[in-house]
Design a protein around this ligand. Sequence first.
Ligand SMILES: [Zn+2]
Length: 266
Amino acid sequence: MRVSDGTRTRGRRDHNPELYQLSYAHQATVSLAVIWVVSGGVFALTFDDGPDPRGTPAVLEALDAAGVRATFFVLGERVERHRGLFERVRAAGHEVEVHGYEHLRHPHVSRAAVERDIDRALEVLGGAKRWRIPWGHLAGFTQDVADQRGLEIVGWSTDTHDWRGDRAEVMLEGLGLTNGGIVLAHDGISVGAQRSTAAETARLVPMLVEAARAAGLAPGPLRPIWPVPIPISSCSSCSTASTRSQPAWAASGSKQHATTRCRRGW
Ligand SMILES: [Zn+2]
């Protein structure tokens, strides 16, 4: 098996890029990120608002059964309350990153409050590399707060809206599968959610994994190097997404955009 050009995988309709990645990894001296690009597309599975006994176990079991790992953006306050569940997420090999300590809406609170919140969360987690901002609602200071702590802000490219309590089939229908796509889902149940468990989110996992693989994409956690620019803020109601270089609300000069026009759950 050759590593350099990836011709063994190119053009195959039935290949599983994840398996090839693992296979290559035994022999390769080049970085995994390069192998991912060579061997096929990637698609990130991300889960927010846990750890939560009402949702996290079902999501973990679904991921395990599907043989995939994911990235969990956790809340420090919940990590403290459900430390055993948090350790279970880590022990299963998933990536753990930070969502906050509480679930603050940045444009509604002070910079000092956000700084206290993220620092407390980072202390609980023992550090993080990536930060998903609650609701994807950045304030004018959010990027600076992230930069000071070496955190990369991660939004999403497609949203399950699983907090609404839709059936898995409905959620799958609404998702976009693209190379470098990042899907937003929730293993945590929070205020405003129109569901009491994450059962449908868990049921979505194998469907989504199958659909991604059929599209030639390897579902998994966010990798250290991502093949496309990562959105930092998303507005699900008006279907706009922004990247580091082009935040929509920043460009419009209105940080009220997200809070006045966009309505979504956690
Ligand atoms: Zn959240």
